[in-house]
Write a protein that binds this ligand. Sequence first.
Ligand code: UD1
Length: 396
Amino acid sequence: MKVLTVVGARPNFMKVAPIIAAINRHNDGADDAIRHVLVHTGQHYDAAMSGAFFKDLQLPTPDVWLGVGSASHAVQTAEIMKSFECVLAAERPEFVVVVGDVNSTMACAVVTAKVAWDCAGTRPRVAHVEAGLRSFDRSMPEEVNRVITDHVSDLLFVTEESGLRNLQNEGIPSDRIHFVGNTMIDSLLAFKEKADASPALERLGLRTRAGGISEYALLTLHRPSNVDDPDAFLNILAGLNDLGHECPIVFPVHPRTQQRIKEFGLRPEMNGTRIALIDPLGYLDFVAVMKHARLVVTDSGGIQEETTCLGIPCVTVRDNTERPVTVEHGTNTIAGTTAPQIRAAVRRQLQRPGGAVAPEKWDGHAAIRIVEVLVRASSFRPGVTLDASVAEAIPA
Ligand code: UD1
């Protein structure tokens, strides 16, 4: 059995690392070892956005690097599709595993769903990890990617109950859907103690002389709707003014946001608010900083989930979330994007008692469940010798 896994952008790496670890665990002494091929599309390519994560998450060097880089949605997606089709033809895996909702996810899922090795339409099956999430906001590129990916997938691995409901409502047959938990949380649980050795807090001057940790908030912003428009961006900063007086705000700045800050000529102190702008952090450094923050303000999807598991209050600077479990059972609140809404949400969340909750099946074993499903769904059976005529009909 051969499994090909695709990564492309930063939030993919922590979702795939536990799946590769689970495959390695399965292969330990197994007579039905899984051959694994890791493909990196190169959607993210900087050391800070990609290389650092491979090192921190102990990911193997990709077997295939497509090197597509940055471009418009159409060009990036098309470049991935063109290159990935050649990889599929050369590798001929039984399953293609895609994760999350980035352009690489959707592009590789669509290519896999449309190849055919013979006139019977034999092709690899598409497995989508993190299926079923919906913000119901089609202006988000990720929402378009989610819907398309789910509708061409053969196996849909769901992280939370809302995902099951959404897929059922969209008519996806239930035998394709598997509620397995969250592989991003598998990584968080596997690495959160190791993150304690990160020097990030010292480097940022957040350790006190007595060895304690000063109070600070953590901010991340990269959604086009929040940072591509100067008014929207300035509004968010205005909403954080009070918080900036309460405690310093650490802001690791995504490359897209860095470009906008330069273009809009924002000053380092960011509109009068006490914000420390720093380069993007690697995985372990980011977990170390997130886990001791008094509050996290973000427009990321994954950080809403990670703060829920860490018990850190989170203010999501968006009008919706595709991850409602983080609000219903976790520490997240959906603030909206106007300055008064953000100010009010920050005030509410600063009062919130801490305490971690783990949504159903966010227990560190999601990847193991995924690999179990793949093995069960595989047509490869060790020790079974195919009739010669059948064997000949199966492409190499
Ligand atoms: C992508 C994902 C988004 C995810 C985010 C995490 C899509 C549609 N969006 O958005 O869902 O939350 O990644 O980061 O797939 N850049 C660099 N170095 C890099 C990568 C990008 O400098 O390694 C710069 C480029 O100038 C690029 C810009 O950042 O134009 C945006 O990158 P892109 O991959 O287009 O989208 P993200 O905003 O990162």
